[in-house]
Design a binder for this molecule. Structure first.
Ligand code: MN
Length: 202
């Protein structure tokens, strides 16, 4: 098996009350785990692809993946990669605002933290069905916010995501039901800005 489910970097109850324990247990242990399992299944006939990193498999919209497996790899490989990022850009005793160079970029692109927050919440609310709201670093070191559908990942288009919010219903429905906006507002209490800043600096 080429790819493994990374351990959650904190206990399941660590993000309470903003992200509840049962959601984290099911989201990480079942949903994310299923994407990893199905990615491995899709790659089973292709040992040469199993030697690559996940980023290499996903590059150029999975151009290296034979047509027969491509949709499965876009969905499950994207699902795997996106969740890998989602868990590490959250954490206990986090929240607040970005600092340093990232704070400067947020100020120049969005007018400040409130502007960034508004943009990402808006992108998440406008994404019909399932998807992700992203903050990414552009090639010239600036910032952009956009959303993607299902598990489409900016990694497939050579972009550099540094923060993400999962807006699939499975990310919030147990606690917030239909109130996606409440979840999108609450998540800022658990953003691990140190991790986001690290990704921005790379
Ligand atoms: Mn998810």
């Amino acid at each position: 098996m080429a790819f493994v489910l990374p351990a959650l970097p904190y206990p399941h109850d660590a993000l309470e009350p903003h992200i509840d324990t049962m959601t984290l247990e099911i989201h990480h242990g079942k949903h994310h785990n299923t994407y990893v399992t199905n990615l491995n299944k899709a790659l089973e006939p292709y040992p040469e692809l199993q030697k690559l990193t996940l980023e290499q498999v996903l590059a150029d919209k999975c151009a290296k993946v034979p047509e027969a497996a491509r949709q499965a790899v876009i969905g499950n490989g994207g699902g795997t990669w996106n969740h890998n990022l989602y868990w590490v850009v959250m954490g206990p005793k986090c929240g607040g605002e970005p600092s340093g160079k990232l704070a400067e970029a947020v100020k120049s692109t969005f007018g400040g933290f409130a502007g960034l927050k508004e943009k990402m919440i808006d992108a998440g609310l406008k994404r019909l069905g399932s998807g992700w709201s992203w903050l990414a670093k552009t090639k010239d070191g600036k910032l952009e916010v956009y959303s993607t559908l299902n598990h489409d990942s900016p990694i497939m288009e050579g972009k550099t995501p540094i923060f993400v919010i999962d807006v699939w219903e499975h990310a919030y429905y147990l606690k917030y039901q239909n109130r996606r906006g409440d979840y999108l507002n609450a998540i800022w209490n658990v953003v691990n800005w140190k991790e986001v800043e690290k990704r921005f600096a790379q």
